[in-house]
Design a protein around this ligand. Structure first.
Ligand code: G3P
Length: 222
C-alpha cells in the first residue's frame, strides 16, 4: 500500500519524506490556502522533495480553463498528478490529459458510480472521501470496499488506483489496507498516530531501564 501525505506544508513533507515511507503528496485548494504560499512554486518545491506523484488541483470548473490549467500544472514537474473534480467537465479533462500521458487524480468522489466513470476516463487515481461520508452518517469505508471490488472485475481495462482520501484516523487506514486499496492519503497528524501504542512506550521504557543496569554500551564493543 502506498502512503501519500495530505498536506501543503513543506516542512511537514520534508520531515515525513525523511522516514523513507512516503510515496507521494496530495494537496487541494484548502490546503494551499492554509499554507499561505504561492501555489505553483510550492508544488515545484514539493516535487523536488518527493519523487512520487504530487497532486496539484485545478482551480477552474469549466472544461476549457480546467484543461489549460491542467496542462500548465503538468509541466511543473514529471511527477505532478493533475487533480480534477468529479464533474462532467472534470472527467472530460481527465480523459484528454490521461490520453496524453499525464497522471490525473479525480477528486471529490462520493459514490461507486462516480468511481466507474473516473476509471473509464482513464484516471490514474480516484479519490473517494471517506471521512466526509462518515460525517454525514454514511459509511465511507463501504464505498472503498465497493470501488475496490468493482475495479477488480476489470483488471485489464480499469487501471485506476483507489486513493483513500479524507482519512481521519488510523482505523480508516487499517481498514483500507485490509480491503486492498492501493493508496491512502493521510494527514501528517494521522501518520504520526500510526506509530503510537502505549505498550510500545511502556515496553521501551522498561528495556532502557534494564539496559542501564547492565552498565554496558554496545558501541564500546564495536
Ligand atoms: O485532500 C482531499 C481530502 O483528503 C480532504 O480531507 O479531511 O478535508 O475531508 P478532509
Amino acid at each position: 500500500m502506498k502512503f501519500f501525505v495530505d498536506t501543503a506544508d513543506l516542512e511537514e513533507i520534508k520531515d515525513l519524506a525523511s522516514t523513507g515511507l512516503l510515496d507521494g503528496v496530495t494537496t487541494n485548494p484548502s490546503l494551499i490556502a492554509q499554507s499561505g504560499k504561492k501555489f505553483v512554486p510550492l508544488i515545484a518545491e514539493i516535487c523536488k522533495v518527493v519523487k512520487g506523484p504530487v497532486s496539484a488541483e485545478v482551480a477552474a470548473t469549466d472544461y476549457a480553463t480546467m484543461l489549460k490549467e491542467g496542462q500548465f500544472l503538468a509541466k511543473i514537474a514529471k511527477n505532478v498528478a493533475v487533480k480534477v473534480p468529479l464533474t462532467p467537465d472534470g472527467l472530460k479533462v481527465c480523459k484528454v490529459l490521461s490520453d496524453n500521458g499525464t497522471m490525473v487524480n479525480v477528486t471529490l468522489c462520493f459514490s461507486a458510480a462516480q468511481a466507474i466513470l473516473a476509471a473509464k476516463a482513464g484516471a490514474k487515481f480516484i479519490s473517494p472521501f471517506v471521512g466526509r461520508l462518515d460525517d454525514i452518517g454514511q459509511d465511507g469505508m463501504q464505498l472503498i470496499r465497493d470501488i475496490v471490488e468493482i475495479y477488480k472485475q476489470y483488471p485489464t481495462t480499469f487501471k485506476t488506483e483507489v486513493l483513500v482520501a479524507s482519512v481521519r484516523h488510523p482505523v480508516h487506514l487499517v481498514e483500507a489496507a485490509k480491503m486492498g486499496a492501493h493508496v491512502a492519503t493521510i494527514p501528517p497528524k494521522v501518520i504520526r498516530q500510526l506509530y503510537a501504542h502505549p505498550l510500545t512506550d511502556k515496553g521501551l521504557a522498561a528495556f532502557v531501564a534494564d539496559w542501564k543496569k547492565t552498565g554496558q554500551t554496545i558501541l564500546d564493543a564495536a
